[in-house]
Design a protein around this ligand. Structure first.
Ligand code: SAM
Ligand code: SF4
Ligand code: F3S
Length: 435
């Protein structure tokens, strides 16, 4: 494959980003170089997300748009993988509808990519094999040289009634602590400063209490910051809260999806906590970690959600005052229990509720960021800002994005940035203290 060019396009969450880094690692080992455009590519791989319908429609649109390019360059291989294609009905649809797609594989088959590519040069390949184990030691071609994600567990056992993830990522499988530590040590040796431990529900990590794993990772010298995503409220322990409070390397931030404010809707979602329990966890977090930055995921318009239920979502947002929220309109997923539920509200009403939630959160985020103006924040410098190369960008301990003018190569350092300007989703400032 020497000299051939590959373009890997990623949709979805950090798990998929991490998978794409491994796909690129395998391709580089095979002799490919990786590029960021389709036109010059000899290989295009779509690593897809199935969590909502709009993500799926975007992928179909982009696959369809490649038909002409494939006609001009018949030797070019096009493949689709990831969460969408782990579903048989999607693989069947792609097979029928997009004859220019050469290969399809699911979330369990990344390690087989070389074989799949060799076979796809001869005939179309559809490989949705499921696998219970974990394949260690796949090569990894990481996006950043400063911050890295490390998967600690795969899959999900929670079966929230709206969610496709357990069907496309399989049952929970935890990596051995020694494999995780070895990976983190390798990252530290390469100069990485921050790791984010990844899993659909990291606090149901099964090899050890998750707080213990955090403490072990924090002992790796060179790693200065540790984050983790996502946590499920039903599995939050006092030990975890204490570890966030006490371990200086564990960032003072938590992403804790609450999904809905109404306890009735939470029960219909099979979330296994109530509004009261969620608020209790937040109270304990705020008591033990006073400056904790909190973020969450919320779904608006779950089928059984009424306007009265939705008021509880607004109430949670007002009480907690999250730093940031990821807000989603419910999307029906084939094969999930919620697919069969009747909608309590029409689509226009759901959209109105969604807009109310977004404007409430925008106001809270703007206010919280404004309050940081004039303060000095410790920022780990990740690299150049995507939009303006005269600026560097990094994150505060709480995970907020900070942009500031480049003055010398600070990438990889933790610097003190005085915040001079803010918006709901970012901060800006100037470096006042160096490492
Ligand atoms: N495992 C993580 C958790 O439980 O927090 C993340 C799950 S998912 C990858 C990310 C978010 O997508 C969820 O927290 C949820 O808010 C949202 N989501 C999942 N299924 C959805 C659906 N059918 N419609 C709309 N949003 C959905
Ligand atoms: Fe989906 Fe629930 Fe699992 Fe998160 S915990 S991935 S929302 S089923
Ligand atoms: Fe992630 Fe989407 Fe799959 S959110 S786990 S890439 S369905």
């Amino acid at each position: 494959m020497k000299g051939k060019k590959a373009h890997v396009i990623t949709y979805g969450c950090q798990q998929n980003e991490n998978d794409s880094e491994r796909i690129r690692g395998i391709l580089l080992d095979m002799g490919y170089t990786t590029i960021d455009t389709n036109d010059d590519a000899d290989l295009i791989i779509f690593n897809t997300c199935a969590v909502r319908d709009n993500a799926e429609q975007r992928v179909y649109g982009n696959i369809g748009a490649l038909r002409n390019l494939k006609d001009k360059k018949p030797h070019m291989l096009i493949g689709v993988c990831g969460c969408m294609t782990q579903q048989q009905h999607v693989a069947d649809y792609i097979k029928k509808r997009f004859s220019h797609v050469d290969f399809v594989f699911g979330t369990h088959a990344i390690y087989k990519l070389p074989q799949i590519l060799y076979s796809a040069a001869e005939q179309r390949v559809f490989d949705l094999e499921e696998m219970e184990g974990i394949v260690e030691n796949l090569p990894h071609n990481r996006e950043s040289s400063v911050v890295a994600t490390v998967s600690v567990m795969y899959g999900c056992n929670n079966f929230c009634t709206y969610c496709i993830v357990p069907y496309v990522r399989g049952r929970e499988r935890s990596r051995k602590p020694e494999d995780i530590i070895k990976e983190v040590e390798g990252l530290a040796a390469q100069g990485y400063k921050e790791v984010t431990l990844l899993g659909q529900n990291v606090n149901s990590y099964s090899e050890l209490p998750f707080s213990q794993l955090l403490n072990m990772v924090s002992e790796v010298s060179g790693i200065e910051r540790i984050r983790f995503i996502s946590s499920h409220p039903k599995d939050i322990t006092n030990e975890l809260i204490d570890t966030i409070a006490e371990n200086p390397k564990v960032c003072k931030s938590l992403h804790l999806p609450f999904q809905a404010g109404s306890s009735k809707v939470l029960a219909d979602m099979n979330r296994r906590y109530t509004k009261e329990r969620y608020l209790e966890i937040i109270k304990s977090l705020k008591e033990k970690v006073p400056n904790i930055a909190l973020t969450s995921d919320v779904i608006v318009g779950f089928p059984t959600e009424t306007n009265e239920d939705f008021e509880h979502t607004l109430d949670v947002v007002r009480q907690v005052e999250f730093d940031m929220l990821f807000t989603f309109i419910y999307s029906k997923r084939k094969g999930t229990p919620a697919e069969k539920m009747e909608f309590a509200l029409p689509a226009e009403e759901i959209k109105k509720n969604f807009d109310r939630l977004v404007s409430l959160q925008t106001e809270i985020s703007a206010r919280k960021n404004k309050a940081l103006e004039g303060t000095v924040q410790k920022v780990l410098v990740e690299g150049y800002s995507k939009n303006n190369k005269e600026f560097l960008t990094g994150r505060t301990d709480g995970g907020k994005i900070v942009n500031f003018p480049e003055d010398k190569s600070l990438i990889g350092d933790i610097v003190g940035v005085k915040i001079t300007n803010s918006a709901p989703w970012w901060l800006a400032g100037e470096v006042v203290t160096y490492n």
